[in-house]
Design a protein around this ligand. Structure first.
Ligand code: IMP
Ligand code: MG
Length: 197
């Protein structure tokens, strides 16, 4: 599906168009209950491995729902993180996506010596998380572990793996639970695929 993700559906100068609608209905792939159960086991795993004194860096926008639920599940296991956010964008040159990643909004906290849990919605090409991890390591983080809601291993372009994965999926475009198509569907409590018929 073209034009998908954070970079699409931008304001073209005409203001908010209230006549626009999401393009279709959503077929559930993972229900709210399935996601909730998985978030709980992920939090237990993270707390076991990293302990209570960590820093969470969440990559916006897509990870905001997952991060909010995961943080509350981590609280249950005694983890009390410092929390910060960054927004990253990837640029394409011509027809091929070049994979150049840029910081749109940076974190404000000092990461030196921190054990960091870096959270994103989807690990796809791997470029975004490889860039963010290297950035945090260069700034002096003691450790950076990666946590993603969804992994699409078939779409990997560079060699990066997440330490914690909610669900591993094939090559399908998914929305909901923070993930968008043209800025729609982020509010859905489940994850699914768009069906247009
Ligand atoms: P990458 O690993 O650098 O390719 O980054 C993947 C990013 O593309 C994710 O963080 C999402 O913002 C976006 N993305 C990839 N696949 C999907 C999808 O299926 N639905 C919504 N956004 C997606
Ligand atoms: Mg993203």
């Amino acid at each position: 599906m073209s034009g998908a993700g954070d970079s699409s559906g931008g304001n073209t100068g005409g203001g908010f168009d209230a006549t626009k609608r999401p393009p279709g209905t959503v077929d559930v792939m993972y229900s709210a209950a399935e996601i909730g159960a998985r978030v709980g086991t992920l939090a237990a795993d993270i707390a076991d491995t990293l302990g209570p004194d960590i820093m969470v860096v969440a990559v916006l926008k897509g990870s905001f729902v997952f991060t909010a639920d995961l943080l509350r599940a981590l609280h249950h296991f005694g983890v009390h993180p410092r929390i910060d956010f960054m927004t990253l964008s990837s640029y394409g040159t011509g027809t091929e996506s070049s994979g150049k990643v840029a910081i749109t909004r940076d974190i404000s906290d000092d990461v030196r010596g921190a054990k960091i849990l870096l959270i994103d919605d989807i690990l796809e090409s791997g470029r975004t998380l490889a860039f963010a991890r290297e950035l945090l390591q260069d700034r002096g983080a003691a450790l950076v572990q990666l946590c993603v809601l969804l992994d699409k291993p078939e779409k990997r372009k560079i060699d990066v793996n997440a330490d914690y994965v909610g669900f591993s999926i094939g090559d399908s475009f998914v929305v909901g639970y923070g993930l968008d198509y043209a800025h729609y569907y982020r509010e859905l409590p489940y994850i699914g695929t768009i069906s247009t018929d």
